[in-house]
Design a binder for this molecule. Structure first.
Ligand code: ADP
Ligand code: MG
Length: 807
């Protein structure tokens, strides 16, 4: 078996003349062996098989098996391999960890061997897996067992170099792939050709065929030749006629060696459950981990965000054991590294979503903890099945249930799953609650992570189909938030649409949302029960299905994340056909989360400010040079203000502040008046000097008596430009009522007016007046004179004035 589509030519170093003859001989031997093997296929009796040698298998396969210590076939291998070699379609169902992988890999090798498949023949076998990690695991097993064969094998999964894969596609004989990536090659890669496909395998078939992969799988199946052999394997096999019809399987052979077994889970798996209030769950997990530091533990949670938060939090709490987290939104390289690390280590805790629940064969896992109640019995079986694997494997499973979820145990027992209740001594639970709260108060990232975990969990509960177990009405969200270290439960906005909040008019609070969700759930249940009782129930069901069909293709959850083939987040993927979800709400949520647009609330801004330790309601005053004036009292003049500054510790008494401002205003005005007078005086002085200079006809290098001060004499006099208040229309309302009021009845009005922007009218008036050559007094005079003149006289006067200006 060769890697990534590359054929390794063995015997390359041998001399040419020796190569030809033995090859011919070898070829004849091989033909004879193939004929013999084929003739034995019909004589296979599963019950008589004791070792792999009892199967009519090629020497290459037998040797590969032996090298890896596979001597005695497992039940599913004994029963399935024979039928597969005979060319039958198979529906294989066997417990988790019972060796289903070899049950389909051995027939692949043998079928292609007997057909004398070569590199030039293209893809002869196709294995589809729902997750990248599982595809990788199958690929590795194939390489180990089939390395003596000359076929090339290729692993085609998302997150890898597409170009690299593309070039090698035409050289692959056995292709192991995830659905999304496979379809991508089918659609885009001209080198991909599977027209010669002999055998198709769906591992974890029920998962591959469920709603999450429906459109992708339908498209893939359409591209495959119909006259192929098809094998489906899973611990929870689909028997749906619809699924089988989709694969054109009319009469598959059903192989289920454990169908009559007393339990559907491995015998060596010890299963127990505890019931815990939501606020104690985290403490229970923490205590468990602290008590199992020398064990390999896999902890399943409902959503990616929970896994992320718990991992980050527990890392900070330092339990004294290695921690890992595996979930779909991680980068592919990280996913690979974490997967490998968990396989390799023996004392380690892995937090994971249901991404890790299917098929993965982590060696020697001691415990599987189901921290959140699984979606259904099948998910429970797959999660629990990550331990007690293989022939000698042992392991324990612990399910943590909320009191309202305890009825799930009935479902488990009805499905032949033996599980015992264990009670935990509450005094033995070490809750790191205080530490978590202090960690969160110090670390805003961690706090945000906790908030996301909270929302995602509540969301997952609300989306679950089984409302009797996942009852949002009984979910104490405040207690849950507290258990995560959140003193204030985050706002739940994701169901805005679903819960029909009257958009802006209704306040979105946690309570409000929960209340709405609760009422929606109640309605949902009611309508369901009504339908089942009425005579039109089947019609309604049918209509629902049609509606579903119309809805689903519009929104492919897998494509939204850009990674079309894999299970990303337990709840966000619709895995079962009968799950009802508000697609628009989810679609919005998905695009929103993708953009990572977090709305900025006033509370959030305030919190940010507090975190930056900026003192609010304080005034920092600066000097003209930009230096902060530290002593506030220096700048205040009135007794009242001084008193106010000393007293004012936090918050503002508006009334008192107003009074102080009024008091201070008096001083400000005096200061302002003084400044303006001084400036005015200075300007007049400069103007006088300028005139003197002009009169004395000084040369350009005339003495600069005011060399140190800046010469602003070239600036026009504001009085001349804007005129004085007396010039303006007395009816013109003042632009600033406060100033008007303050200045009324005093000569302040004159001073202020100069520094106010003129109204339009004033500007128009000022345009008529020749600016630089007249003093304010003259303006008044001219205005008065012009009023008594005729139009011609006024024009003549204006011309005269202009001429004098030009001079
Ligand atoms: P399943 O797909 O049924 O969950 P796997 O194929 O992953 O199970 O196999 C579970 C474990 O059993 C693997 O570690 C595998 O190496 C081991 N195994 C499979 N077949 C045999 C066998 N015939 N003898 C010994 N070990 C086996
Ligand atoms: Mg498997």
């Amino acid at each position: 078996m060769t890697k990534d589509g590359q054929i390794l030519k063995r015997n390359e170093n041998k001399k040419k003349h020796r190569l030809f003859k033995p090859k011919k001989k070898k070829s004849a031997e091989e033909d004879a062996a193939i004929q013999y093997l084929k003739a034995q296929y019909d004589k296979i009796v599963p019950d008589e098989i004791k070792t792999f040698k009892d199967f009519p298998l090629s020497q290459k396969t037998l040797k590969g098996l032996k090298e890896n210590n596979y001597i005695v076939p497992t039940d599913i291998q004994k029963q399935a391999i024979g039928y597969a070699l005979q060319g039958k379609d198979i529906l294989g169902a066997a417990k988790t960890g019972s060796g289903k992988t070899l049950a389909f890999l051995i027939p692949i090798l043998e079928i292609l061997f007997c057909k004398k498949w070569t590199r030039l023949d293209g893809v002869g076998a196709l294995v589809i897996s729902p997750t990248r990690e599982l595809a990788y695991q199958i690929y590795e097993t194939l390489r180990k067992v089939g390395h003596l064969h000359d076929f090339s094998a290729g692993l085609i999964i998302g997150g890898q170099n597409l170009k690299f894969e593309r070039k090698r596609m035409d050289q692959i004989n056995i292709l192991i792939s995830t659905p999304g990536r496979l379809l991508q090659h089918m659609d885009e890669n001209p080198l991909f050709d599977c027209s010669q496909l002999q055998i198709l395998i769906l591992d974890e078939a029920d998962r591959c065929l469920d709603l999450g992969f429906e459109t992708t799988m339908n498209a893939i199946i359409e591209n495959l030749p119909p006259n192929r052999q098809t094998l489906l394997f899973s611990a929870t096999q689909t028997k749906s006629v619809r699924d089988l019809a989709r694969l054109s399987l009319s009469f598959p052979t059903y192989v289920a060696p454990h169908e009559q077994a007393a339990t559907v889970t491995p015998e060596a798996l010890q299963q127990s459950y505890i019931v815990s209030d939501i606020e104690d769950k985290l403490g229970t997990l923490w205590s468990f981990i602290r008590n199992h530091l020398k064990q390999k533990v896999l902890v399943f949670m409902a959503t990616c965000k929970q896994v992320k938060y718990m991992y980050e939090l527990f890392c900070k709490l330092r339990p004294g054991v290695s921690l890992l987290a595996l979930y779909g939104t991680l980068h592919q390289e990280k996913r690979e590294r974490i997967y490998q690390e968990f396989c390799r280590k023996s004392n380690v805790i892995l937090f994971a979503t249901d991404l890790a629940s299917r098929g993965l064969d982590f060696p020697k896992v001691n415990w599987v903890i189901q921290y959140d109640c699984p979606e259904n019995v099948d998910t429970y079986i797959h999660r629990a099945g990550r331990t007690a694997r293989g022939v000698l494997g042992k392991g324990e499973g612990l399910l943590i249930l909320l009191p309202q979820e305890e009825s799930f145990i009935e479902d488990l027992k009805n499905n032949k799953i033996p599980i015992n209740k264990i009670s935990v001594d509450p005094s033995k639970i070490m809750s790191p609650q205080r530490k978590i709260e202090s960690l969160l108060s110090d670390n805003s990232d961690l706090k945000q992570s906790a908030q996301r975990a909270f929302v995602s969990y509540v969301k997952s509960v609300s989306l679950m189909k089984n409302k009797q177990i996942f009852n949002i009405q009984l979910l104490d969200t405040d207690a849950y938030a507290r258990s995560l270290g959140l003193i204030v439960p985050p706002r739940i906005k994701f169901m805005f649409k679903k819960m029909n909040l009257k958009n802006n008019t209704e306040k979105v609070t946690t309570e409000n949302v929960i209340q709405k969700l609760k009422s929606n759930d109640a309605e949902h249940e009611e309508s369901e029960s009504c339908e089942s009782e009425s005579g039109i129930a089947p019609v309604i069901q049918q209509m629902k299905k049609i509606k579903e069909k119309q809805k689903i293709p519009k929104f492919d959850f897998h494509n939204v994340n850009g990674d079309s083939d894999e299970e990303e987040d337990g709840f966000i993927k619709v895995k079962k056909k009968n799950v009802e979800v508000d697609m628009t709400a989810l679609e919005e949520e998905n695009t929103r989360t993708k953009k990572n647009a977090k709305p900025l609330t006033k509370a959030a801004v305030a919190k940010k400010i507090l975190k930056k330790k900026i003192k609010v309601n304080t005034t920092v005053k600066f000097t003209e040079d930009g230096e902060a004036i530290e002593d506030d009292k220096k700048d205040v003049k009135s007794e009242l203000a001084k008193q106010f500054v000393t007293e004012n510790v936090g918050g503002i008494d508006i009334e008192k502040a107003k009074e102080v401002l009024r008091e201070e205003d008096k001083f400000d005005k005096i200061r302002f008046r003084e400044k303006v007078k001084a400036k005015h005086k200075e300007q007049k002085r400069k103007l006088k000097n300028k005139k003197k200079d002009e009169e004395g006809e000084k040369d350009d290098f005339g003495s600069q008596s005011e060399s140190d001060s800046v010469d602003l004499s070239w600036l026009p006099d504001p009085d001349k430009i804007y005129g004085k208040k007396s010039v303006s229309d007395p009816k013109e309302p003042a632009s600033d009522s406060d100033n008007n009021q303050a200045n009324s009845g005093s000569d302040d009005s004159e001073i202020d007016e100069k520094y106010h922007r003129p109204t339009k009218r004033k500007l128009l008036e000022s345009k008529v007046i020749p600016q630089e050559s007249v003093t304010p007094r003259k303006v008044k005079k001219i205005e008065d004179v012009s009023a008594s003149l005729s139009v011609q006289e006024a024009e003549a006067l204006a011309m005269q004035l202009l001429k004098s200006k030009r001079k």
